[in-house]
Structure formats: structure tokens, C-alpha cells
Ligand binder design. Structure first.
Ligand code: NAD
Length: 267
């Protein structure tokens, strides 16, 4: 029998962190060896299993990455500042990193690429299988319809979400732009307001709705004269992302250094 993959969850007390701890507990081929929270968080010192609302694990939440066992796979669902710091610390410490944090920028991309020269790194704005498939469908529909179709992306998330548009909406926008053969940065319209807000020709528009406890809804609308195609994905449960991220952690364990995406895993 192979050894269980050792895991560290960063952002352990968060919505995703707790779902990941519960998920890891249910997987016999993975073992939680560390749970990280920010300095001064009330969860520091607590048992990670109890924090996640399940059985005790014998792993106390800490803010000290230096105390973690080396050669574990890190799963990071925190915020851009924290993930930036974790990427810098992962070198020589982690055996691989799964990044779920959204809202990272271009400079972070360079840091992630450098880290991926040393260890396997898998980053996804959305760890659901459905969104991975939707991205490839959107790319194909955008290519088939061509520039005649106006593309608008609408997303809705819970009231506490910080970044807008969501990382998933931007990933869907990237897929549509790829299908069109354009760069999203050149055509994105991120929110419209005012008396002169007419859509530009060839634009890919984004609208973000926030409220309640919505886990994540995304629609990509292709509007033509007289007809419309709407492709919608709704995430009903956060555990879905946790399951995807845990599968990704298992998959990168022992893999060669490199930068991976979820599509590598699901084919
Ligand atoms: P959350 O606010 O509930 O949790 C984030 C946690 O990170 C908090 O407990 C916070 O205290 C902790 N944290 C902050 N700084 C830290 C540090 N330096 N070290 C360790 N922990 C630190 O947020 P959430 O809903 O769990 O989402 C977290 C991130 O994951 C967001 O960027 C969100 O957009 C993203 N997300 C991605 C997916 C996906 O499938 N890729 C799905 C859901 C959420």
C-alpha cells in the first residue's frame, strides 16, 4: 500500500479551508499534517478537525509555516496577499502547491512560474469539473460564432466575496477570447455605468452580482441579432471545490516540477 499524501491547508479556518479539512479527513489516501491561519486568528491552537466541525485530528492550527513537516503538498485558499507570501515561502519547503485563491495579478504569475520550475504547481480559479468543461465549450462556441456574437459574462456570489469579477468569470472570458483569437485585456469591459456606456464592438462584458450565500453562478451569453445562446453553471455546494482541489493535490504529488491546470487532470 502506498503512503497517504501529506497535506497542509493554508486558510484553515476559512469557508474553503474547513471544507478541505473535512474532505481530507474522509480520504484514506491523504493525511492532514498542517493547518495554517493568519497571525492572531482565533483558531490558532485549535484542533483542525474540530475547527472544521468534525472529529479531532491531532493537528493544531498554527501561523508558523517553518514548523510544518517538509515535503507536504500545500493547498492555499486564502487571499492574494497571503498567497503571495506563501508562494515565496514554498520553495525548499513544499513538495507541491495547489492554488485556489482568486484575484492574483500579473506579477504573481511570474512568481508562480518560477516556483513551478522547482516543484509541481496547479492553479485553478474554479475546481469544479463542470466549469473546466464549460471553459472548453465556451472557447469552441466563441470560435464558431465569430465576432458577430456579443459576449457577456454574468456571475453571482455570496455577499462576502471580495474580488470582482470572479476569477472564474475571468477564466471564462479568457476562454472566449482564445476562441476569438483576441487578448482578453484588449476587449474586456468590466462593469458599465453612466450615460455613455454603450458596448464597444468586439467587447467581452462582465457583470458581477453579490448577495446572500450564493456559492457561485456563472453564465456566458452569446447574443446575436434575433437569437441568444446562454451557457450557465451553478455551484450548489462549496464541497465541490474542495473535492476538486484535493484530487488536484493527490494528482500533483510526486509529479515533475511544472505548471499544471485542472484540464491536465480531467483530460
Ligand atoms: P474566507 O475568507 O472564508 O477564508 C480565507 C481564510 O484565509 C480566512 O480564514 C483567513 O483568516 C485566512 N488567511 C488570511 N491570511 C492568511 C495567511 N497569511 N495565512 C493563512 N491564512 C490566512 O474565504 P473563502 O471563501 O474560503 O475563499 C478563499 C479564497 O479562495 C478566495 O480567494 C476565493 O475567491 C477563493 N475560492 C476559490 C475557489 C476555487 O475553486 N478556485 C472556490 C471558492 C473560493
Amino acid at each position: 500500500m502506498t503512503e497517504p499524501v501529506p497535506l497542509v491547508i493554508l486558510g484553515a479556518a476559512g469557508r474553503m479551508g474547513r471544507a478541505l479539512i473535512r474532505g481530507a479527513q474522509a480520504e484514506p489516501d491523504m493525511r492532514l499534517v498542517g493547518a495554517i491561519e493568519r497571525v492572531d486568528h482565533g483558531a490558532i491552537g485549535q484542533d483542525a478537525g474540530l475547527l472544521a466541525g468534525s472529529d479531532p485530528l491531532g493537528v493544531a492550527v498554527t501561523d508558523n509555516l517553518a514548523l510544518l513537516p517538509k515535503r507536504a503538498i500545500w493547498i492555499d485558499f486564502t487571499n492574494p496577499d497571503a498567497t503571495r507570501a506563501h508562494i515565496a515561502q514554498a520553495q525548499g519547503h513544499a513538495a507541491g502547491v495547489v492554488i485556489g485563491t482568486t484575484g492574483l495579478g500579473g506579477a504573481d504569475d511570474t512568481a508562480i512560474r518560477r516556483l513551478a520550475e522547482l516543484i509541481p504547481v496547479l492553479q485553478a480559479a474554479n475546481f469544479s469539473l463542470g466549469i473546466t468543461i464549460l471553459q472548453s465549450v465556451v472557447e469552441r462556441v466563441a470560435a464558431a460564432l465569430g465576432p458577430e456574437a456579443d459576449i457577456e459574462i454574468v456571475e453571482m456570489h455570496h455577499r462576502a466575496k471580495r474580488d470582482a469579477p470572479s476569477g472564474t468569470a475571468l477564466a471564462l472570458g479568457q476562454a472566449a477570447a482564445r476562441g476569438r483569437g483576441v487578448r482578453l485585456e484588449d476587449v474586456a469591459e468590466r462593469g458599465r455605468d453612466g450615460l455613455d456606456a454603450v458596448r464597444r464592438e468586439g467587447a467581452i462584458g462582465f457583470a458581477s452580482l453579490r448577495g446572500g450565500d450564493v456559492v457561485g453562478d456563472h453564465s456566458v451569453i452569446f447574443a446575436l441579432a434575433g437569437e441568444r445562446i446562454e451557457l450557465t453553471h451553478r455551484a450548489g455546494d462549496r464541497d465541490l471545490f474542495a473535492i476538486g482541489a484535493l484530487k488536484a493535490a493527490h494528482w500533483i504529488a510526486g509529479r515533475a516540477p511544472g505548471r499544471y491546470v485542472l484540464a491536465d487532470l480531467v483530460g
